[in-house]
Design a protein around this ligand. Structure first.
Ligand code: FIX
Ligand code: ZN
Length: 443
């Protein structure tokens, strides 16, 4: 490898240079469900401070009972022999033991969600071959949450963790109201998540009306003023860096009666949410294509994917040129059209290989498609981590997959005679894993 970062790399030197650049580039993880210790933790640990309703999830029992694994264990221990409610009545540790037995001991943990846990254990210096969770539990019980966050972020090379902060969740909202500084941990940034406001506006209007923001079920001008005030107050309280919503496959814009938003939800989007975001130069993030609770017995593990509509994204980007949109779509089949849409609108930043797409075969396919259509002007990945320790495997795996695509693309570039240097590659890794998002939320 040439010592001079500005000297051209040979084709053979490119893969190692790309891998080094992507491994060493600190990430701004722009969508997670993680929290700092100020939100409490239900996990037994060395500080002894436990909050059964705490939001900071970490450690092996939370890792193994991640909803991806709950869905997978019911593939091998069907509800006919182990009813869902029987599983949910178990303690977290008992649930984890159940999953470890059936997915990691009696079967080969070869799925991405299973393998990810083993990567995390390995990188924490633990033996991934244990037959029970006891040795792991001992390790985690010795950790102190605050210091452990630093350790995980250092191993995963994550510089900033972006939270998801659902304002209509009573537990979450009361925590913010009870502790104004709760979100001041410099490692974390907040996001105002507003799903009910758009997806079930009449019920949301009833709730915010009890929070001193009187809003009518059929939103009139005064209701819209109150909703804008509600959004502004919470954006200020959270110091949120964007506003987010998850939308079902049926989401359409313009809405039709009975659509996902309905005419009231659409009016709130047009007259409250997007104007507030535009005034504050905050992106509006739409995560589109999840059909919730197709299997209610699985709870969080019971969500599904469904074909969504890119034309609705195009209509919003075109009709609201002063707004910045962040969009991730769940169906594999939507990815090409979404990437083409991003070629048409500079106020559309597409991001991540979300949820059921976060697997090697699909990250490869989607990243390849995006580089070919968008160059380096996209955000290739977010972790969507719900359990802190997942950052270790989600970023280890994603960096490798993304680097493999870019190594091939740089070799194709070099074949034209264009010089490819370490400096080029490091600059691009910085854009893709950090600066594209950082600049989009602040520009
Ligand atoms: O709506 C979302 O933010 C989704 O990412 C989650 O609801 C989902 O359960 C998840 O964590 C997928 O990875
Ligand atoms: Zn998420």
């Amino acid at each position: 490898m040439p010592q001079d970062p500005l000297s051209p790399l040979s084709s053979a030197e490119i893969p190692a240079a790309v891998n080094a650049a992507f491994v060493h580039q600190p990430v701004w993880d722009m969508h997670t469900h993680l929290y700092p210790p100020t939100f409490g933790t239900p996990v037994t640990n060395a500080t002894g401070q436990m909050d059964p309703n705490g939001h900071m999830l970490w450690g092996v029992d939370e890792l193994v009972t991640y909803h991806y694994l709950v869905a997978e264990v019911y593939r091998v221990q069907p509800a006919s022999s182990f009813p869902y409610e029987q599983f949910w009545q178990l303690t977290r540790a008992q649930q984890a033991d159940h999953i470890w037995k059936y997915l990691f001991v009696e079967r080969t943990p070869i799925s991405e969600a299973c393998r990810g846990i083993l990567t995390t254990l390995q990188k924490l210096g633990l033996d991934p071959n244990e037959k029970t969770l006891a040795p792991y539990r001992k390790f985690f019980s010795q950790q102190k949450p605050d210091a452990y966050i630093d350790r995980v972020m250092q191993i995963a090379n994550v510089k900033t963790i972006t939270m998801t902060n659902p304002v209509f969740d009573d537990n979450e909202r009361q925590r913010w109201l009870g502790a104004p500084d709760i979100g001041n941990d410099p490692r974390f940034r907040a996001v105002l998540r507003i799903d009910p406001l758009l997806r079930d506006y009449p019920a949301a209007a009833g709730k915010i009306s009890t929070w001193d923001y009187p809003a009518a079920a059929k939103p009139d001008a005064e209701s819209m003023r109150q909703i804008r005030r509600f959004l502004g107050d919470w954006l200020d309280r959270q110091k949120a860096i964007y506003v987010a919503v998850s939308l079902p496959p049926e989401f359409r814009y313009p809405a039709l009666p009975g659509d996902a938003l309905g005419l009231a939800g659409q009016a709130v989007l047009e007259q409250a949410v997007l104007p507030v975001c535009a005034e504050r130069k905050l992106p509006f993030a739409m995560m589109i294509g999840s059909r919730l609770r197709v299997q209610p017995g699985l709870r969080d593990a019971g969500d599904m994917v469904g074909q969504a509509d890119i034309a609705s994204v195009v209509n919003l980007c075109r009709d609201f040129p002063k707004n910045k949109f962040l969009v991730s779509m769940l169906p594999r089949e939507n990815q090409h059209e979404l990437a083409v849409a991003a070629r048409k609108f500079s106020n559309l930043m597409i991001f991540g290989c979300w949820w059921f797409l976060n697997n090697p075969s699909l990250v490869d396919e989607i990243t390849r498609m995006r580089v070919e259509l968008l160059g380096t002007s996209f955000v290739p990945q977010h972790s969507d981590a719900r359990i802190l320790d997942q950052l270790v495997y989600k970023w280890d795996h994603s960096r490798r997959w993304i680097a493999d695509v870019f190594a091939e693309k740089y070799q194709d570039l070099a074949a034209t005679g264009r010089h490819v240097t370490q400096e080029n590659i490091q600059r691009d890794a910085r854009l893709l894993l950090h600066d594209n998002f950082a600049e989009y939320v602040t520009r």
